[in-house]
Design a binder for this molecule. Structure first.
Ligand code: EPZ
Length: 417
C-alpha cells in the first residue's frame, strides 16, 4: 500500500487545473445502460471509483474503451441484469445500476451496498421510489430482486434530500410510461449534469437543480456523447490548500458558482476569493479567522468539504463550531487531526475546534475519502514531516492530488508502504 510523505510549511503558489467530477461521472456512466449504443464521455477523471464503475459495466456485458479523460462505453452487448456483491461492496454507487437495468430489461438483481465508514447509508428511499414506479422489489440474501414489465410514471416525495435517490429515480423514470414528478429532490450540480446527459440521450427532464423535477417518460433513449462537469469538491480542496498554507493560487476549470456556500465561509474566515475569465484566485490572509459551519444539502455547505474545512479551522484565530447534519459518522478525521496537535472536542454531530498556533507533523492514517484530504491539508500546514497511510481511500476520488499539490510548490511525495 502507498503512503504520502508531506513536509509542511510551504506556501502554495501557482496554477492548478481541476479534473472532471467523480460524482457526476459515476451516475452518467450508469445511465449509459438505459440504451444500446456507443457513448463517448469526456473530462472523466482517472480514479479508482471510475475503474470500479467500468468493471461493473463490463460485468453486465458492456464494452469499455479507456479509463479516464475520454472513455467510450458500448452498451449494445449488455446481456446480464445482475450486479454482484463483489463489485457493489467496493463502491456503493454501483447500486444505481438497479433502476436502469430494470427500465431496459424489466428485471434486475443487485447486491445491497452495505454501509461505509461515514454511515449506514441505506437505500430505502431509492427502493420506495422504484416501487412507486411499479417495480416489484424483493430483498433476499443481501440482494435486491426487482421486476416490472414497464415502469409507470408517479409522483414521488422524498422524506429527505438524497443525491443518489434523486439520480436513481431520474434514470428509472426516463423511459417509464407517463409523467414522474420528484418532489423534495436533491439539487446538487451533479444531478443537473446527469439530467443534461439524459436529455442528450432523448429524455424529457425539467427542473433538475430545483427541488421539483418533472420527467415525461419516452419510449426509448439513444446513446450520446457528453463532457462531464468539473469536480467541485476537488476544487474546494485546492481552495482550502491555498488558505491553510498562507498561499496564493489560481484554479482553472472550476465553476465557483458550484461552491458558493464554501466560498462565503472562507471569505468570512478572511480568505480572498476572486474569479476572472473562469479562473479563480484564492489568496490566504495573514491569519485565518474561526468560522462556524453546518453541513446541509446543496446549496448549503457541502458535507464533502466538512473534513477539509475542519483542517483549516485547526489553525484559525479563535474557535469554530462544525455540525455535520448529513451523515451520522463523518468525524473520523478528528482523532487523526488531534495527532497533529489540533484542539477539537466532539459532542454528537457537533465538533468544536479551537485554533492552535501551529500543527506539528505526525504519522496518521486515512479512514475515508474526504478525511484523507483533510489529513494532507493539515500536513501541508504543519511544521516538519507527516506520513499519511492507507491513501487508497484518496485514490477513489482525487486524480494525482500529490502531483497537483507538488505543482503548487508543496513538498509531498508518494512512496510504497
Ligand atoms: C452522494 O452520496 C455522494 N456520492 C456523496 O459523496 C455525498 O456526500 C452525498 O451524496 C451527499 O451530498 C456520490 O455522488 C457517488 P445521499 P449519496 O443519498 O447519494 C440518507 C464523496 O465523498 N439516505 O444524498 O449516497 C443517507 O444515509 C461521497 O464523494 C437515506 O436515509 O448520499 C445520508 O444520511 C461521500 N435513505 C443522507 O440521506 C436513502 O435511501 C444523504 O445521502 C438514501 C439516503
Amino acid at each position: 500500500m502507498d503512503k504520502l510523505i508531506v513536509k509542511g510549511g510551504k506556501k502554495l503558489k501557482g496554477e492548478v487545473t481541476v479534473s472532471g467530477s467523480k460524482n457526476a461521472a459515476l451516475p452518467i456512466f450508469v445511465a449509459t445502460i438505459l440504451a444500446p449504443g456507443i457513448n463517448q464521455i469526456s473530462n472523466v477523471p482517472f480514479l479508482r471509483d471510475i475503474n470500479t464503475t467500468i468493471k461493473v459495466l463490463e460485468s453486465l456485458g458492456a464494452k469499455v474503451d479507456g479509463s479516464g479523460h475520454v472513455v467510450k462505453i458500448d452498451t449494445s452487448g449488455i446481456n446480464s441484469h445482475e450486479a454482484t456483491y463483489e463489485l457493489v461492496k467496493t463502491m456503493r454507487a454501483s447500486v444505481l445500476v438497479l433502476g436502469p437495468l430494470l427500465a431496459r430489461f424489466g428485471r434486475a438483481r443487485v447486491s445491497l451496498p452495505g454501509g461505509c465508514a461515514i454511515g449506514a447509508r441505506p437505500i430505502n428511499l431509492h427502493l420506495k421510489g422504484l416501487q412507486a414506479l411499479g417495480a416489484e422489489i424483493v430483498l433476499e440474501h443481501g440482494y435486491v430482486e426487482a421486476k416490472c414489465k414497464r415502469l409507470k410514471g408517479a409522483r414521488i416525495n422524498f422524506d429527505i434530500s438524497t443525491v443518489g435517490g434523486t439520480e436513481h429515480l431520474m434514470m428509472a423514470a426516463a423511459t417509464a410510461k407517463g409523467e414522474t414528478v420528484l418532489e423534495n429532490a436533491a439539487r446538487e450540480p451533479e444531478i443537473v449534469d446527469l439530467a443534461c446527459y439524459l436529455n442528450r440521450m432523448g429524455a424529457k427532464i425539467e427542473g433538475a437543480g430545483t427541488d421539483t423535477i418533472r420527467i415525461q417518460g419516452v419510449s426509448e433513449l439513444s446513446a450520446a456523447n457528453y463532457e462531464v462537469m468539473p469536480d467541485r469538491i476537488e476544487a474546494g480542496t485546492f481552495m482550502i490548500a491555498a488558505a491553510i498554507t498562507g498561499g496564493d493560487i489560481k484554479i482553472h476549470g472550476m465553476k465557483l458558482e458550484h461552491l458558493d456556500a464554501l466560498a462565503f465561509k472562507m471569505q468570512d474566515a478572511g480568505v480572498e476569493i476572486t474569479s476572472r475569465d473562469g479562473v479563480v484566485r484564492v489568496k490566504a490572509p495573514k491569519k485565518i479567522k474561526g468560522v462556524n459551519i453546518k453541513t446541509r444539502p446543496y446549496p448549503g455547505f457541502p458535507t464533502d468539504m466538512q473534513a477539509q474545512f475542519m483542517a483549516l479551522m485547526c489553525i484559525a484565530d479563535g474557535a469554530s463550531v462544525i455540525s455535520e447534519n448529513i451523515f451520522e459518522n463523518r468525524f473520523m478525521h478528528v482523532s487523526e487531526l488531534l495527532r497533529f496537535g489540533a484542539d477539537i472536542t466532539v459532542e454528537g454531530n457537533t465538533a468544536t475546534v479551537k485554533g492552535v498556533k501551529k500543527l506539528s507533523g505526525a504519522p496518521v492514517m486515512a479512514t475515508d475519502l474526504r478525511a484523507s484530504a483533510s489529513l494532507i491539508l493539515a500536513g501541508l500546514a504543519a511544521d516538519n514531516t507527516s506520513e499519511i497511510s492507507r491513501i487508497y481511500h484518496l485514490d477513489r476520488g482525487y486524480e494525482s492530488i500529490e502531483k497537483k499539490l507538488a505543482g503548487l510548490g508543496a513538498d509531498i511525495v508518494r512512496v510504497k508502504e
